[in-house]
Design a protein around this ligand. Structure first.
Ligand code: ADP
Length: 359
């Protein structure tokens, strides 16, 4: 294969997160030249101020360099300005707004966080959302977990894409709706197989776009499923939002570990300064279906109560380990709508959140 075609193939592996199509097929690669001197091409952006342009350029450079080390420092990519400049009106409309409860459209914005991945943060977020909706509240959910956006799967909305409305430069995403919850997920924009590639600046930009450009309408609760841990992405995200509070999810094994404490400290730090509504202990015990009154504390007991006391925060709920979830994985319906024992636990969580909320 000629090297030019090989370079094109590399570029074909780069998907524009908004269009969901690779940049070659999408007509974004122009005037490609590959020779002994290096690789040059124009990245043709389709609309003014494409927020992904710089990040895509960087990914192009990295991928070409990785595949063809001989072109290190010999890659020249120009971003071609759009032919039609944005009108002053649309530019003003697209200006980023900090997401907040200030204008009264959204009454409560609550981030769900965890020290590590895999503790059930997304499961807790999905179930809290559907329980609040069941109580009659209007609920939105932002799945911002770039390391593994799992909400589309939990809501049975995998492979769907939100509708985009509005004029060029001031587009708005319409969240998808299921079980009374409006959902927007980074997973609708980023193919899971690309997760590694999109972790950097592209993911941050995609998240910012979701935060600023989703048409929620009026909401009682907007829940945000944050990426696990504490990192730069958290600081970026948290700087753009004015939260009502944060909920920390932990399992009994993780409870005493440094990363849970670090998570709590991140919210308490003067720079972030977000009230912690409390801790949710997930997989707190196991109850076999045939012995519904027995509780087996297979991962230890009492840790979350202790942590909540130490940190001066509430223990909002203890969620049992649910056998059906372990066996069957995700059915596309949050389990609190199907399993009575977890339904009860999540109802308690939703009631506790209601108590701590703005009315
Ligand atoms: P995180 O968002 O923290 O990475 P997830 O919510 O994706 O974690 O959960 C990780 C895995 O654990 C999933 O397969 C989920 O089905 C399972 N899981 C979460 N909570 C429970 C529970 N209470 N009982 C049984 N399995 C659970």
């Amino acid at each position: 294969m000629k090297i030019r075609e090989e370079v094109l193939n590399v570029l074909k592996s780069i998907i524009h997160p908004e269009y969901g199509e690779d940049i070659v097929t999408n007509g974004m690669v122009g005037a490609l030249e590959v020779d002994d001197i290096g690789v040059t091409f124009a990245l043709l952006i389709k609309r003014p101020k494409d927020p992904f342009a710089q990040s895509i350029k960087k990914i192009c450079e990295q991928k070409i360099e990785f595949a063809f080390p001989q072109y290190k420092d010999k890659i020249e990519i120009s971003i071609e300005a759009p032919v039609r400049p944005p009108s002053a009106k649309s530019a003003a409309k697209a200006a980023p707004k900090i997401i907040s409860t200030d204008n009264g459209d959204i009454k409560n914005i609550i981030a769900i966080s965890s020290g590590k991945g895999g503790v059930g943060k997304s499961t807790v977020t999905a179930n809290l959302a559907v329980q609040l909706a069941k109580m009659g509240y209007s609920v939105g959910l932002i799945d911002a977990d770039i390391y593994g956006p799992s909400q589309p799967k939990m809501f049975g909305l995998e492979g769907e894409a939100p509708q985009v409305i509005g004029e060029e430069g001031a587009e708005q995403f319409i969240p998808l709706e299921r079980y009374g919850v409006k959902l927007i997920s980074i997973g609708f924009f980023i193919k899971v197989t690309d997760a590694l590639v999109w972790r950097g600046p592209i993911a941050t930009n995609a998240l910012r776009q979701i935060l600023h450009q989703t048409a929620w309408g009026k909401l009682d609760y907007l829940l945000i499923d944050l990426p696990p841990g504490t990192g730069d992405i958290h600081l970026t995200l948290l700087a753009e939002m004015k939260l009502t509070g944060a909920v920390i999810v932990s399992t009994p094994q993780q409870v005493a570990l440094a990363d849970v404490i670090r998570g709590i400290e991140m919210f308490k730090s003067p720079k972030i300064d977000v009230p912690i509504l409390g801790i949710v202990e997930n997989m707190a015990w196991f109850t076999p279906a045939e012995l519904p009154n027995n509780k087996y504390y297979i991962f230890g007991k009492g840790g979350a109560v202790e942590l909540a006391k130490e940190q001066g925060v509430e223990l909002l709920a203890q969620i049992p380990l649910v056998q059906s979830l372990c066996e069957g994985g995700d059915s596309g319906t949050p389990d609190s709508l199907q399993t009575p024992v977890s339904g009860l636990a999540y109802m308690e969580l939703a009631l506790n959140i209601e108590k701590l909320s703005n009315k």
